[in-house]
Design a protein around this ligand. Sequence first.
Ligand SMILES: [Zn+2]
Length: 134
Amino acid sequence: MEIALLSGIHGEKRKPVVYNIRMHELAVAESLIKTVLEKSEDEEASRVVKVTIVVGNLAGVVTDSLHFCFDEVARDTIAEGATLEIETVSATAFCQSCRDEFEVGQYDFACPRCGGVIIPSGGMELYIKDIEIE
Ligand SMILES: [Zn+2]
């Protein structure tokens, strides 16, 4: 299972990642730490202080579990003890008929305004927003 956690440090273009299977938090944490360490090495950091990620509420990530896995995977690396901040994003969808955009629950399939067909437009985000290093 390949996980692409793409993003950048400090203002590089953010790239939401789309995937089609539910990921386990350990795999997410491993991918996250790998990216964080690569980026930090590029910057010749001695320590990772904080990592901020954005997670859509449809991304299938249990945040408590991710915190735990993050700490475990970070152990014995320069990211050990780093704070993981998780910003959650509500799911949104876009109506093909009335062009309205709104927040949706996991099982909403029709526009609450006109009953039209909706297209998910947010909630699957999973990307690194910022990495704070020393
Ligand atoms: Zn509509």
